[in-house]
Design a protein around this ligand. Structure first.
Ligand code: 13P
Length: 251
């Protein structure tokens, strides 16, 4: 699957879900995409254990496969870790970096996310760099500054619009069943777009911007029609292929 900058992105982050029998979900998606004329970039991020198998069955299909995280080094004594070079070797095109669940549970700084992203770019991988504030930050009204800082600290100098996608995932909306309101999404995506433009971070261009946090087939139409929203990063709603297909159909 080739990343097309000019069409929306629907990405499914499976998190710690999926066994070998989840192949049936992937096969269902492949079939749907084969017969669907209005394709966007559709990508599944399975757990590492399923990447090779899913790559094998998605070869020659319109479904992309990516990794949910990576190490910042190329190789070495880092037990339990997977490097960008290995992810590339397994046939992936995309890597998610800076997901809030990893930033939080492993106390990862934006500086580290930047290093991971840079290593991915050096291996010709496209990164989805995630940013997002928690509930407390939003309640204090500090969310715009917080997101600017996360962007500033997480985006490496190797980033360009071809190899980087930004995902805004407010922590308070993730897994809650309740997405951010259209107005909140619109304002934050406008803020991100203005910030990146003003800082000339992408050379007077804007990379594709995704929204993530409780996207499902009931709200995807509305969310995907918001200004500066170029796609969605879907968690729970991507596990069942029929639900995920409905989300893809709202492109
Ligand atoms: P949910 O769609 O389950 O809220 O998860 C969003 C997310 O974290 C995607 O990366």
């Amino acid at each position: 699957m080739q990343y097309n900058l000019d069409v929306p992105i629907i990405a499914g982050n499976w998190k710690m879900n999926g066994l070998i029998n989840s192949q049936k979900e992937i096969k269902n998606l492949i079939n749907f995409l084969k017969n669907n004329k209005k394709n966007g970039n559709v990508i599944i991020f399975p757990p590492f254990t399923l990447i090779s198998d899913f790559k094998r069955i998605t070869i020659n299909s319109n479904l992309g496969i990516g990794a949910q995280d990576c190490h910042y080094e190329e190789q070495g004594a880092y037990t339990g870790s997977i490097s960008p070079m290995m992810i590339k070797d397994a046939g992936c095109t995309f890597v998610i970096v800076g997901h809030s669940e990893i930033r939080e549970s492993r106390n990862e700084s934006s500086g580290l996310i930047k290093k991971k992203s840079e290593n991915c770019h050096n291996n010709n991988l496209i990164t989805i760099i995630c940013v997002g504030e928690d509930y407390e930050c939003r309640m204090k009204g500090e969310h715009y500054n917080f997101i600017s800082k996360q962007l500033f600290e997480s985006i490496p100098t190797t980033a360009n619009v071809n190899n980087t996608i930004i995902a805004y995932e407010p922590i308070w909306a993730i897994g809650s069943g309740e997405s951010a309101s259209s107005q909140d999404i619109k304002l934050m995506h406008q803020h991100i777009s203005d910030y990146l433009m003003k800082g000339k971070i992408f050379n007077n261009k804007i990379p594709n911007l995704l929204y993530g946090g409780s996207v499902n087939s009931n709200n995807s139409n509305e969310i995907l029609s918001i200004n500066n929203v170029n796609g969605a990063l879907v968690g729970g709603g991507s596990l069942d292929s029929n639900e995920f297909i409905k989300i893809i159909q709202s492109i």
